[in-house]
Design a protein around this ligand. Sequence first.
Ligand SMILES: Nc1ncnc2c1ncn2[C@@H]1O[C@H](COP(=O)(O)OP(=O)(O)OP(=O)(O)O)[C@@H](O)[C@H]1O
Length: 241
Amino acid sequence: MIEVIEVSKSFNVGKVNQFDAVSRVSCRIAPGELTILKGPSGSGKTTLMTLIGCMARPSSGRIVLSGIGAGSLFGQQPDAEIEITSLPERFLTGIRRSAFGFIFQQFNLVRGISVLENVMLPAYPTGVNHKVLRERALTLLETFNIARHASSQVGLLSGGEMQRVAIARALINDPSVIIADEPTAHLDSRLSREFMALIEGFKSAGKTVLIASHDPIVFDSPLADQVIEMRDGALIDGSRP
Ligand SMILES: Nc1ncnc2c1ncn2[C@@H]1O[C@H](COP(=O)(O)OP(=O)(O)OP(=O)(O)O)[C@@H](O)[C@H]1O
């Protein structure tokens, strides 16, 4: 369970250009479910996801994670409740690495290294044996039908192929939560539907999925368990539970 309690995030605090990107947002994201964050550009979806994914800290409010295996980082039961907002940076980094997999709008693949190396990259800091890691990355590339490009440079791939590499990379540390920011923004309708089919597979595997999107193929999908709508940094009442 991810519990977001009265969370706000302001930028440029105390300056003339202070901006409240997220304002007193509360929501619950249940394990194994697909939650969609919907809303126009600039409504605060990405900001909220960076807070949930331990990439940034809220200005106020609390985020509590439980049942996602993060407890073992603290010598507690894996599924123990962890309040992430007050944690020192090194713990946030540990949770981000072990519990979350990220798929970004621009895919954020590293040019100049191979597809296989891109997929392996997020696992290097975990110290997993290189051979084991390589096998795991190859298996993921096979799962997403892209293994033949393992040694290609990412710059040579099509948009759909890049996205599948980005998905494989998000899964390399076997996260329990997948966070995707506008994952279909650069895909045509067919590839967007294929992406949703992959999401169905994540759900079947018991993963919790959070997607920010203003694409109807995503937010109108019958796979969505919860659609949370944002505007001007706040939640709109009547979001579809
Ligand atoms: N580091 C920052 N400093 C100042 N303002 C920021 C910062 N990050 C985000 N913002 C502002 O916060 C608002 C919310 O941005 P955010 O990226 O969360 O929206 P979004 O709903 O994800 O939009 P999009 O769909 O275009 O990605 C925007 O007006 C943005 O300019």
